[in-house]
Design a protein around this ligand. Structure first.
Ligand SMILES: *Cc1c(COP(=O)(O)O)cnc(C)c1O
Length: 462
């Protein structure tokens, strides 16, 4: 809780660890505690609520069960916890040097997920997704990847579980980050640039716009198309879906235990949002505590100004992909045909927001803001030069918001406890950082006309 400047109830820890025995044994499902259930996904053709059978060509039964579950807790299989031990529990840091650099009385904590083998929070869900697929006899997983983080995480998970993996990497990222592709291939995955000539969806886009930078929406269409046609293959999504957000709650559960160890409760909780999974992972267990009256932090989602689905999108039913192959979900969306400009935070270039986060936002449980990328790279520099870690471009949005809040504390003299997730490192993002250093990184305007055109394309559903 906030205290006045100079006073601190925390000890002298910089890195707050947990033992392997304290890796959570259950994932937390926020649906159980919400005052209203989230709107159901609809079949893209019949517009009726989808059934388990509709989803069976794409996902294993256990993940479908988790997707629609209203149980508060779901057990983490021992085999998954065993693999989690490779990097979990992840450390919680007190950003003492950043606080000093800013001259703020705020106490800043960050949960660092870049310690995973793939370098982000994504393996928290890649491992259980591969595990449940394997358990139901699936031999191959197909997927998309935006920044290369999710493709890497799934390639890592499938390699440990002895499965095949085929990845469609968004063209802009395939060109800008060749080393992510190499990493995926080293783990044994096959990687294609998206759009590709290998699928109907890809060929259709290439015909219209041969020079397209690609988008997550297009890459999802390609991966879904291939999985649906192969009985031995299923599709895996790295964000957005309920079961993905569920798996990420290990982040928030651990962070709560770690803060409790040093006698702290958060006043502000901040996360970056692309599809919403790392944000939900931290925020949902904290919202449980807030709804139960045990703490009362402000919870803030931060998105890029060039792709602001929560703050500028409409809350309506839309497709999760460009070709319209996925179920219709009610979410904050800029329109499934919107192709965001290739900002450096490739993982935040998604036209929609997780339905559960959209719902929680609609219920007024969280706030959202959008920040342009130059401020984010400035925040990354301040962080790197004080804390020493190079952040992925995505969490620099959360860092920029953290720094804004820490600076407000200088004015008010309040010593607020700010908690954020540093959800990945930026070791594969050097071309973006080179542009920043050479001064050629630009803020991209919010593409009002492009969004208006995409919103006009929304499916009409009453
Ligand atoms: C994928 C990714 C994101 C965006 O996805 P969310 O589901 O919103 O978390 C953000 N940061 C990193 C490091 C990522 O890899």
């Amino acid at each position: 809780m906030a205290t006045t400047a100079g006073e601190s109830n925390s000890s002298h820890y910089t890195k707050i660890g947990l033992s392997e025995d304290e890796i959570p044994t259950q994932w937390y499902n926020i649906v159980a505690d919400l005052p209203k259930p989230p709107p159901p996904p609809l079949h893209p053709k019949t517009l009726q609520p989808i059934t388990a059978d509709d989803l069976a060509p794409l996902f294993p039964m256990e993940l479908i069960r988790q997707e629609v579950s209203a149980e508060r807790y779901i057990d983490i299989p021992p085999e998954v916890r065993e693999i989690y031990r490779l990097w979990r529990p992840s450390p919680l840091f007190r950003a003492r040097r950043l606080e000093k650099l800013l001259g703020t009385p705020a106490r800043i904590y960050y949960k660092y997920e870049g310690v995973s083998p793939a370098g982000s929070h994504k393996p928290n869900t890649a491992v259980p997704q591969a595990y449940y697929n394997k358990a139901e006899g699936v031999k191959k997983l197909t997927t998309e990847t935006g920044a290369g983080q999710w493709g890497s995480a799934l390639a890592f998970a499938t390699s440990l579980l002895g499965m095949d993996c085929e990845v469609w990497q968004v063209r802009a990222s395939y060109d800008a980050k060749p080393h992510r592709k190499t990493m995926m291939e080293l783990w044994g995955a096959t990687v294609h640039p998206s759009p590709s000539p290998l699928t109907q969806s890809g060929r259709a886009v290439l015909k219209e716009t041969p020079d397209t930078p690609g988008s997550l929406g297009i890459a999802i269409s390609e991966a879904v198309e291939v999985a649906a046609a192969d009985p031995d293959a299923r599709y895996a999504l790295g964000s957005v879906l309920n079961h993905v957000l569920l798996h990420q709650t290990v982040i928030g559960e651990e962070a709560l235990k770690q803060l409790a160890k040093v006698g702290e409760t958060p006043d502000i909780v901040i996360g970056c949002t692309g599809g919403g999974s790392n944000f939900a992972g931290l925020a949902f267990p904290i919202l449980r505590e807030k709804m139960a009256g045990r703490m009362s932090p402000r919870v803030l989602a931060v998105e890029p100004a060039a792709c602001p689905s929560l703050t500028k999108g409409k809350y309506v039913y839309d497709y999760g992909d460009t070709a319209g192959l996925t179920p219709l979900v009610k979410m904050h969306t800029l329109g499934h045909s919107f192709v965001p400009d290739p900002i450096h935070a490739g993982g935040l270039r998604y036209h929609g927001m997780a339905p559960l986060i959209s719902h929680v936002y609609d219920l007024g449980l969280i706030d959202a803001i959008a920040i342009p990328q130059k401020e984010c790279f400035d925040a990354a520099t301040a962080f790197l030069r004080s804390e020493g870690i190079l952040p992925a471009p995505e969490p620099t949005h959360a860092l920029a918001a953290t720094i804004r809040e820490a600076k407000k504390c200088i004015e008010t003299g309040e010593s607020k406890v700010i908690l954020t997730t540093l959800c990945g490192h930026g070791h594969f993002d050097m071309s973006s950082y080179e542009k920043f250093l050479s001064g050629s990184l630009e803020d991209l305007d919010y593409p009002e006309d492009k969004v208006a055109a995409a919103l006009a394309d929304l499916p009409k559903i009453e």
